[in-house]
Design a protein around this ligand. Sequence first.
Ligand SMILES: *[C@@H]1O[C@H](CO)[C@@H](O)[C@H](O)[C@H]1NC(C)=O
Ligand SMILES: *[C@@H]1O[C@H](CO)[C@@H](O)[C@H](O)[C@H]1NC(C)=O
Ligand SMILES: *[C@@H]1O[C@H](CO)[C@@H](O)[C@H](O)[C@H]1NC(C)=O
Ligand SMILES: *[C@@H]1O[C@H](CO)[C@@H](O)[C@H](O)[C@H]1NC(C)=O
Ligand SMILES: *[C@@H]1O[C@H](CO)[C@@H](O)[C@H](O)[C@H]1NC(C)=O
Length: 305
Amino acid sequence: MTARIVFRISVLVLLLYSAVTQKCPGGGPSERSILGWMLQGHVYDTLLAERPFTCVLKCREDNRCQSLNWVISLLTCELNNRTKEARPEDFIPNPDRSYYRRDLEQVPLGSIQELPAESCDEIRRSEGHAVSGKYWFSTIKSGTSVLAYCNMDTTEKWKKINTGPVCFGARNDSYGAFNIRESGVIHTFKLVHLSGSIRCNHVNPPSYWGCDNPSHGDMRLITVITFKNRSALLLAEYSREDCHYFYKIEGVGINDSELRFNNLPSAISVSLGDEFQIWYGQDLKDCSEYNNSGQTCADVYAWYA
Ligand SMILES: *[C@@H]1O[C@H](CO)[C@@H](O)[C@H](O)[C@H]1NC(C)=O
Ligand SMILES: *[C@@H]1O[C@H](CO)[C@@H](O)[C@H](O)[C@H]1NC(C)=O
Ligand SMILES: *[C@@H]1O[C@H](CO)[C@@H](O)[C@H](O)[C@H]1NC(C)=O
Ligand SMILES: *[C@@H]1O[C@H](CO)[C@@H](O)[C@H](O)[C@H]1NC(C)=O
Ligand SMILES: *[C@@H]1O[C@H](CO)[C@@H](O)[C@H](O)[C@H]1NC(C)=O
């Protein structure tokens, strides 16, 4: 009697176990199926099949296939062009179906023209992690796939620090000060141009953050952020020449609306009220500032850890 119950229980356990961890006969590790669930609204093809595994193989043959619903009563499968990760709201209980995510060689959403995404967010959800770059979208132009850029860097957390505009000039110690409003750890800063521009002589044109004098080569940025004691934060690789604080940052021009600095070699801790200053490098060094003129106003953002 007891032996019989134990046997029955173990058969039950075994059945449940194999239902959850169905291995495909073809070898490769198959993702477990999810019994009693389906993904609705993303079926692009339906086919007859005697076993779910036939569907799994069909799915592997089609770049668009991201997952499938096996319809138990009809012995058919529905191939989906999305996963439940991409569309959690469409993943619903259904007693007559089982859901399978594609097990092998799943094509990342938006990576090919035949599998365009609807948004960068959708790609992020579908892939778990995704790199910034160009992806295909169905939502830009109707009826066709179009490539567009997605910034996937969600680790950047910019917080605006200033309340009013922070303005700095180019001579006579006319730095712009701002105070920390939230204590924490800061990786870097960026300045966003609001108004004005600055000149390093009478001859070369003004710019927001630099000095357009060709004698400085590609080191034409010269806006720096300092502590209150006027020592510059290492937000760029400054030139070591006499009148220093000239530098370059890949992808940032002297007239760009955003001056995004490099990350600090080591993050700094800041406290409420700490003062920082924005300086024009020549003004900070009191070097060759005699003919400088103008003023730039900006918003200051910090990237908190
Ligand atoms: C994905 O499937 C849906 C639902 O059938 C369809 O409307 C859509 O056009 C499909 N997208 C692609 C890229 O095949
Ligand atoms: C800078 O200071 C000098 C000397 O005090 C003064 O003549 C000049 O007008 C000032 N320039 C600016 C832009 O404030
Ligand atoms: C920067 O922009 C200002 C204002 O738009 C313009 O007058 C100036 O020539 C530009 N400078 C450079 C170096 O492009
Ligand atoms: C300036 O202040 C910063 C932060 O308080 C400190 O780390 C640095 O050593 C100081 N520099 C000088 C030259 O005093
Ligand atoms: C300032 O400009 C004047 C006139 O253009 C020039 O003679 C002088 O050398 C300049 N001074 C500096 C320090 O660049």
